[in-house]
Design a protein around this ligand. Structure first.
Ligand code: NAP
Length: 309
């Protein structure tokens, strides 16, 4: 396997795999490097119901498996490594991943985003000991237990619903009096008998000894605090882009998302970005796919121009 490619894609979620499908079909030599430590958000999603053409819904794992097989069928190569650095080379870019340095004329960044931490005492201490950011990974550990979900967006509500399959009771704690999540998800959650809601409240500490035993909560209106016993705390309070290794390489916004134009061009010639890691309005599988296809086409034009095609 040569270490020199036309296009190097970093990230193996829907954006990266779609980009890989398109560059492979454009007959550009392409290597996709997916992280082996940070999974794509799609892969750890229990059920994706809003991907058009699959009315019964599909697990994120299966959908991504299908994406990968389809791209590989057209010649996409892929490896699992964590990229640590990107450097400008004479006519392209050098990318360090594991013990190897890869070279490419163009790079497509599709590293996605990961769950944001709440930032309260006890959160780090009890991570993996009752604190989780992944319902699909850890939900089954809480069979017949009472657990809490923090957050009010699509992820919190969807994952809370998934957790009702295992838990005796799921209490959603939200800092406001209404959910941010898509209406249909709100309706389902509010109607679910295993769900309870604590509105206008913030979790200020995660309590326990060895394992989580509860949370300390403050009512943001009355400022009254209380301690509620729970065995598990699932935190879904938004996303952080996986772009730490790109500081000083491409322009990022104040939250760390990559700034691109509508052709997915970053501030560096030859580097494109797509999916959840870029500054954009809507983070969904379907928008990641659209971004991926556009980034691939832009990279194709760029590489062909470099080669004088
Ligand atoms: P999000 O939409 O940013 O929502 C984060 C939630 O956490 C909000 O309700 C926010 O409260 C709350 N929050 C933020 N910081 C907090 C803090 N420090 N303490 C307490 N609560 C806090 O994040 P997300 O739900 O992870 O979704 C991310 C993106 O993925 C969105 O674009 C979403 O639409 C998309 N997504 C889509 C689907 C789907 O289509 N089925 C599924 C999952 C995710 P406020 O509401 O008060 O701001």
């Amino acid at each position: 396997m040569s270490n020199r490619y036309d296009v190097l894609i970093i990230g193996g979620g829907p954006a990266g795999l779609t980009a890989g499908l398109y560059t492979a079909r454009a007959r550009l030599t392409t290597l996709l490097i997916e992280s082996y430590t940070v999974p794509s958000q799609a892969v750890i999603t229990d059920l994706i119901e809003n991907y058009p053409g699959i009315p019964s819904g599909i697990s994120g794992f299966e959908l991504m498996d299908r994406f990968k097989k389809q791209a590989e069928q057209f010649g996409l190569e892929s490896i699992a490594e964590d990229v640590t650095a990107i450097e400008k080379d004479s006519d392209g870019w050098k990318v360090a991943a594991g013990d190897t340095v890869y070279e490419a004329l163009s790079i497509i960044i599709a590293t996605g985003a990961r769950a944001k931490e709440l930032g309260v005492p006890g959160e780090t201490k009890f991570r993996g000991k009752g604190v989780s950011y992944c319902a699909v990974c850890d939900g089954a550990l809480f069979k017949d237990k009472e657990i809490v979900v923090v957050g009010g967006g699509d992820t919190a509500v969807e994952e809370a619903l998934f957790l009702t399959k295992f838990a005796k009771k799921v209490t959603l704690i939200h800092r406001r009096d209404s959910l941010r999540a898509t209406k249909i998800l709100q309706e389902r959650t509010l109607a679910n008998e295993k769900m309870e809601f604590v509105w206008n409240s913030r979790v200020t500490e995660i309590l326990g000894e060895g394992m989580v035993s509860g949370v300390k909560v403050v009512d943001v209106k009355t400022l009254q605090t209380s301690e509620i016993p729970y065995k598990g705390v699932f935190i879904f309070v938004g996303l952080v882009p996986n772009t730490d290794f790109l500081k000083g390489v491409v322009e990022l916004d104040e939250s760390g998302y990559i700034i691109t134009d509508e052709e997915m061009r970053s501030s560096q010639q030859g580097i494109f970005a797509c999916g959840d890691c870029r500054n954009k309005l809507l983070r969904q599988v379907i928008t990641a796919c659209g971004d991926g296809a556009t980034a691939a086409f832009s990279a194709q034009k760029y590489v062909e121009e470099l080669k004088g095609v």
